[in-house]
Every structure is written in C-alpha cells, then in structure tokens.
Design a protein around this ligand. Structure first.
Ligand code: HPA
Length: 274
C-alpha cells in the first residue's frame, strides 16, 4: 500500500487548476464552529466537496463542506471549510488528502484550527491556545505504507512541527491587541467519545494542555510535504476540573463560535505579516 495515491492527487489537481489559476501562499483548515474566517475572505472560487474528484464529503454538523479560494489580508489562500475526521470513518489518507492538494497547488504554509478540550489548570472556556507541539495518539499513522520520496521523506523530522517564529509572531499580535493567548501541547486522538475524567487527567500528566480529534494527521502530512505549520485551538470545554460537567457537541460549537472572531483576527494579522 502506498501512503499517497499520486494518480488521484494529479486528477484532483487537474480539476482544480481547470477552475482557477490561483497559486495559494497558505492553506487554512477551519475546525468545528470556527467558520468565522470565511467572512474575512475575499472569495474568488468556491467548490463544494462533492464536485471535486476524489475529495471526501464531510458528515458532521457545523462543518461547511467547501474548498474556498481567495484573498485574505493581501495573501492568496485556499481554505478548507469543514475538515475530515478519522472518527467519521475516513482512512488516514482521505483525512489528510486536502493537505496534499493544498501543497500541490503551491501552499507553503498550513494554518490549522480546532475546538479542543482544555486540561491546563489556567484555561477557561473560550480561551485560545497556540499549538507549540503535539502528541499523536491516533491509532493509525497517515504516512504508514510505501513511501515515494518524491512526495516527502520516509522518516520526517518532527522536532519543530509548529514553527516557533510563527508562535512568537502570533503572541506579539495578541499582546498588541490585548487578546489573552496561551501556548501549549495539543493531543490528538481518534474520538468520537469525549474523554473520561481519568483520561483527561492522564492526558494532562503525559504533557497535554488541550485534546481534540483532529489536526495531528494533517500536520504530520504537511510536515511530510515540507510545509510550515501554524495551529491554534479554541478551548471549548474543560476536562480536569472537579466541577466538570457533561460535554455535548452543541456546547463545543457554541464556545467555538463565541471565540472564533478572536482567532480569525490572529490568523488574518499573522498572514498579513508573512
Ligand atoms: N475532547 C476531545 N475533543 C474535543 C474536546 C474534548 O474535550 N472538545 C472539543 N473537541
């Protein structure tokens, strides 16, 4: 088994390039309830996933299901509005296929966002966290399989998947605009259950500040492609408090929606500075 179907990638690319000549500088993936950035995008082309050859179709409430091209704060970008989660039943290759497409279209930078559960004791619902590192707890690896060196190395280095200079720059933007912003480690696991109390505790003990069901596979593939990565989590629920309540998808979406404008602002400003 190959870890990438290059034939499919070429066909998807040919279709998209027959619709637009945009060469995006960055690819942006919007997480649950974080669609706010779409409003800031000057859209030149919108493709629904159904019409793109070999693109999976999103099944989760709150996910838009569109590949958007346009300009954001002076930079050409391609935006995935609605991502593909492993828990939906997609393979790791399907989950990460859009990242391959973004890179093949020319994107040098991947900006990812997600909704996540907070484990850091200082976190509150609605806080923002820049991802400065991750722990991969997915049961399957997106690069498993025969590797074609043309698309990336067999053993990618992961010492700094999230560019620390971008972390610094984003923190500066937040400080200049009085936005409270944390940085920390994101743990990615498959879901779709939220964590038990014991699991949240354990995830914190092993070094996690936030936990979610996405992002890590996409970032691994971006690194494989040689892209730079910047990521942010919106803390939508808290895992390690005594008073911890039950968590629902609706609450997660509500908290993400409320924090989305702050996150969109940081993405936009950062992009403008690059
Ligand atoms: N756990 C896992 N995924 C999540 C959470 C969580 O608490 N919140 C939002 N996505």
């Amino acid at each position: 088994m190959q870890n990438l179907d290059s034939q499919k990638l070429s066909e998807t690319l040919a279709f998209i390039q027959s619709k637009t000549s945009i060469r995006p500088f960055a690819g942006i993936i919007l997480g649950s309830g974080l669609g706010g950035l779409v409003e800031a995008l000057d859209i030149s082309l919108s493709l629904s996933y159904e019409e793109i050859p070999h693109f999976p179709v999103s099944t989760v409430k709150g996910h838009g299901g569109k590949l958007l091209f346009g300009t954001l704060n002076g930079k050409q970008v391609v935006m995935l509005s609605g991502r593909f989660h492993y828990y939906e039943g997609y393979t790791m290759q399907e989950t990460t296929f859009p990242v391959r497409v973004m890179h093949a279209l020319g994107a040098e930078l991947l900006m990812v966002s997600n909704a996540a559960g907070g484990m850091h004791p200082e976190f509150h619902v609605g806080d923002l966290m820049i991802i400065n590192d991750h722990i991969n707890l997915f049961p399957e690896h997106p690069l498993r399989g025969k590797n074609d060196e043309k698309y990336g190395p067999r053993f990618p280095d992961m010492t700094e998947p999230y560019q620390l200079n971008l972390v610094k720059q984003a923190k500066q933007i937040a400080e200049n605009n009085s936005i409270k912003l944390f940085e920390g480690v994101y743990i990615g696991l498959q879901g779709p259950t939220f964590e038990t109390k014991a699991e949240y505790k354990w995830l914190h003990v092993i070094g996690g500040d936030a936990v979610g069901m996405s992002t890590v596979p996409e970032v691994i593939v971006a690194i494989h492609c040689g892209m730079k990565v910047f990521g942010m989590s919106v803390i939508t629920d808290l895992g390690i408090r005594e008073e911890m309540n039950t968590i629902t998808h609706e609450e997660v979406l509500e908290a993400a929606n409320a924090a989305a404008p702050k996150m969109a602002f940081i993405f936009k400003e950062l992009l403008g500075q690059l």
